[in-house]
Design a protein around this ligand. Structure first.
Ligand SMILES: NC(=O)c1ccc[n+]([C@@H]2O[C@H](COP(=O)([O-])OP(=O)(O)OC[C@H]3O[C@@H](n4cnc5c(N)ncnc54)[C@H](O)[C@@H]3O)[C@@H](O)[C@H]2O)c1
Length: 341
């Protein structure tokens, strides 16, 4: 059988904070090459062109017209994921959209519909599913080695860093706020590690520290289909630039019937020491570091080549948005929100 030799041209839309990871992936993953990028901010465009030695144009539509572009990486403000994602699908391009897929379930549905109608892949960059500690934690739980999971808590705190945030991030109507940015990761990793879906939520999400039209803290209770309760605590606290006291970090603790797991700062995995009945003694699980964006692009290319469903399924990416927005609704109404399938 002939071996597929095509390399897939990648164009990156938006050269902000996360775009470098996509450029590195497009330049290093076998079967991919970086064609160019689109960016409306001239200074950022120039910096990206210099660093990655590629063309950067102001209008993404010109890249959508190019035959040598097969995949578009959407590293754009959240509110642009849907309209530009649909345009890309209509232009016959496969889509590698950064998380969250979009700002609402309705937007996700329109994107999924456009991708399916045009026969292109719609792969959402849910990084957490590729991080080594999360992958290993899920494996350990699945193996039954530490018994059955009984509870999960996920805590993440960081400085809001108001002075560094782009205007869209300060406005929920444009997909701004910590919840859509980081809550996405937390819901993703909880459902991934436990291999379950969420059936009900109760949450409080609001603005405590910064004078903005978007949230900067969240607390949520998630009822999983597995029956394992999960909680989220997240804060983007008010920092004082230059004060030198900014702290950030996070821990996920998963209690199981025969042991515990702890993921620290998205980098390390610990398990409770064998025979430690009272808890508190941890042993680190040694893991190799991975380049998550490269892994994601690699999977997307395999999905395209083999015509297999997206490794991060559209249903999973949509479910995460459904949970995020259900938590917002719960916060608004003060009630528990049940999720329909
Ligand atoms: N996976 C992760 O860990 C991770 C980390 C950070 C951000 N993200 C995601 O990446 C995406 C982008 O976030 P960011 O922090 O890089 O945002 P950002 O604001 O830093 O970058 C977005 C860029 O898009 C550009 N842009 C806006 N409109 C455009 C248009 N019409 N055409 C071309 N360029 C346009 C902006 O000028 C900006 O440079 C979001 O979905 C975010 O959630 C993921």
């Amino acid at each position: 059988m002939a071996v597929e030799t095509k390399t897939y041209g990648v164009a990156i839309f938006g050269t902000g904070r996360i775009s470098g990871a996509h450029a590195r992936a497009a330049q290093s993953v076998e079967g991919a090459h970086l064609v160019g990028a689109a960016e409306v901010d001239q200074e950022r465009a120039q910096a990206f062109a210099d660093k990655w030695e590629c063309e950067v144009v102001p209008d993404y539509k010109s890249l959508l017209r190019r035959k040598d572009v097969d995949i578009v990486a959407l590293t754009l403000p959240h509110w642009l994921h849907e309209p530009i994602g649909i345009e890309a699908a209509e232009a016959g391009k496969h889509i590698f959209v950064e998380k969250p897929m979009a700002d609402s379930v309705e937007e996700c549905d329109r994107m999924i519909d456009a991708a399916r109608r045009n026969g292109v892949k719609l792969f959402t960059g849910h990084t957490e599913q590729f991080l080594a500690p999360n992958v290993k934690a899920r494996e350990l739980i699945q193996s039954g080695e530490i018994g059955q999971p009984v509870m999960l808590t996920d805590c993440w705190y960081k400085a809001f860093a108001l002075h560094t945030r782009p205007p869209w991030f300060l406005d929920r109507s444009k997909g701004g706020g910590m919840w859509l940015m980081n809550g996405t990761h937390m819901i993703d990793r909880i459902t991934f590690i436990l291999n379950t879906r969420i059936k009900a939520v109760k949450a409080q999400i609001g603005t405590k520290y910064n004078d903005i039209n978007a949230d900067d803290y969240a607390a949520a209770y998630l009822d999983t289909e597995l029956g394992v309760p999960a909680t989220i605590a997240h804060t983007g606290y008010k920092d004082t630039p230059g004060a030198g006291v900014e702290q950030s970090g996070g821990e996920i603790i998963i209690s199981c019937t025969e042991g515990m797991l702890k993921v620290v700062d998205r980098r390390q995995l610990f398990r409770s020491a064998a025979g430690d009945k009272r808890g508190g003694t941890w042993e680190e699980v040694q893991l190799d570091r991975v380049d998550t964006t490269s892994l994601e692009l690699q999977r997307l290319i395999e999905n395209i080549r083999d015509n297999t469903p997206e490794t991060v399924s559209v249903e999973q990416a949509r479910h995460i948005v459904q949970v995020m927005t259900a938590c917002e609704e719960s916060s608004r109404t003060g009630r528990e929100v049940l999720l329909n399938a």
